[in-house]
Design a protein around this ligand. Structure first.
Ligand SMILES: NC(=O)c1ccc[n+]([C@@H]2O[C@H](COP(=O)([O-])OP(=O)(O)OC[C@H]3O[C@@H](n4cnc5c(N)ncnc54)[C@H](O)[C@@H]3O)[C@@H](O)[C@H]2O)c1
Length: 434
């Protein structure tokens, strides 16, 4: 099939490339000329394991086309996927749908023929209805609107695309299910569950899934606070609970507050949708509040570990919200680093995906090119992101100071082994970790 992906970010680029790899011809369009130029010169604008190779393979045989020419891309495509960003509005839980509506208007302008427009972006309940209304107003009754939310995870995105737990298609017209089934057939044949529902149903499934996972994380994080006070190991609780198949072990590991490009904005977006439909989603509201509080708890704990923050040298290992991605959106480090610098700390940080423009203007925050340089002379090391390369470090050889502490937000190290080396070690939800 011929497809057009509008928005070549984490979702549009990965799913477009993977669709091309299944034998489709895919036009990836972005309004960001720089991104398209980079892609046409063989450079991926994002870090995602395995993506570069897959782009090269499909680009070289002409199945993957990167362009700013929306009109041409649309004229050649049967299915048009909207993959643009849907952030929250400033200081609000509401979702900013301006990119989605702008893309829909541009599609309308570019075509006279029959087309299927598919929202892959995460959009609140009723967005498909609003796009349909807009298209009617523009006299474009020949464009059908379908919902196909995306569930891939950054860092595992290619695997998630190829082996999804389910493919969700929402349409109020059953005849479109077959078109989408044909597109996804190679994945369905390998066992993916093809699930069809109403358009609004599909829109809600995406928000409900993310809000539920955020709830699971927040639940175990709050229990970790209790474990620290009651001298219990949270890891035993995670294992004991998670082995119950009704509960499941995933997303049940205590750590820092959740962050990233989806959970923070989607929990807020769901609350805002609840309000629009006059429904109080009190559980999701309290998850958001608990998660916000948790970010403050981290900083308070660091203060407790170091006594005062003034002049203290702190190293961050990893600053992205999770490993195997360069995405900084809503990463906890964005709150922690400025707060610590403001109180007089001097921060060095290392991230395998390089320096971050988010910290460029913070006076006492410097990127270092290696773990060794980052930790050389520090009072405290904060293990912020769970990259493999942080899992077996010999801290006593890396840090030149006689006395230093580690705050392991990911519980990567065995407490007893590390304490035997005379290092002050703090982790999350384990006995004596507060
Ligand atoms: N990132 C994830 O892990 C993930 C997972 C599942 C779902 N989603 C959802 O997918 C959507 C996209 O997320 P993302 O992380 O890929 O965003 P992103 O910010 O990485 O990419 C969006 C891209 O759209 C482009 N764009 C915006 N308006 C455009 C227009 N009119 N024409 C052409 N290009 C345009 C932007 O330049 C940008 O490159 C969001 O709704 C998000 O919630 C994201």
């Amino acid at each position: 099939m011929n497809l057009c992906m509008i928005g070549t970010g984490y979702v549009g680029l990965v799913s477009g490339t993977c669709f091309a790899d299944l034998g489709n011809r895919v036009f990836c369009v972005d309004k960001d000329k720089n991104k398209i130029d980079k892609l046409n010169s063989g450079i991926s604008p994002i870090y995602e394991p395995g993506l570069n190779e897959l782009i090269k393979k499909n680009y070289s045989v002409g199945r993957l086309i990167f362009t700013n020419d929306l009109k041409k891309a649309i004229s050649k495509s049967e299915l048009i996927f909207i993959c643009v960003g849907t952030p929250n509005k400033k200081n609000s839980n509401d979702v900013d749908l301006s990119f989605v509506f702008k893309a829909a208007k541009e599609i309308a302008k570019c075509t006279k023929n029959k087309k299927i427009l598919i929202t892959k972006s995460t959009v609140p309940v009723g967005t498909g209805d609003s796009i349909e209304k807009l298209l009617k107003k523009l006299r474009k009754k020949n464009i059908e609107v379908i919902s196909n939310p995306e569930f891939l995870r950054e860092g595992e995105a290619i695997r998630d695309f190829r082996f999804p737990d389910r493919i969700v298609i929402g349409s109020n017209d059953k005849k479109h299910f077959n078109t989408l089934k044909k597109l996804y057939q190679p994945l369905i044949s390998k066992g993916a569950n093809f699930f069809t529902t109403s358009r609004r149903g599909a829109e809600l499934i995406k928000y409900a899934s993310n809000a539920f996972l955020a709830t699971k994380i927040t639940f175990i994080n709050e229990l970790a606070n209790l474990c620290e006070k009651a001298n219990i190991n949270i890891e035993d609780i995670s294992l004991g609970m998670g082995s119950d198949s009704r509960i499941g072990s995933r997303f049940l590991r205590a750590g820092p507050a959740y962050g990233g490009s989806c959970f923070p904005k989607d929990t807020k977006g769901l609350v805002s949708t609840g309000e629009k439909f006059k429904t109080n989603l009190s559980i999701v509201k309290s998850v958001i509040k608990s998660n916000e509080n948790r970010k403050k708890l981290h900083t308070e704990k660091i203060k407790k570990i170091l006594g005062s923050l003034k002049g203290k040298r702190i190293a961050f290992l990893g600053v992205t919200f999770k490993p195997n991605t360069d995405d900084m959106r809503d990463s906890v480090s964005l709150k922690m680093i400025p707060a610590l610098c403001k109180q007089g700390s001097k921060i060095t940080y290392y991230d395998p995906t390089g320096s971050k423009k988010n910290f460029k203007n913070i006076k006492n925050c410097k990127f270092k090119k290696s773990i060794r340089e980052t930790c050389y002379n520090v009072d405290l090391i904060i293990i912020h992101t769970e990259w493999d390369e942080f899992k077996s470090l010999e801290f006593s050889k890396i840090v030149k100071k006689k006395s230093f502490s580690i705050f392991d937000l990911r519980n990567l190290y065995n407490q007893n082994q590390i304490k035997n080396k005379n290092i002050k070690y703090y982790s999350v939800g384990r006995p004596n970790s507060n």
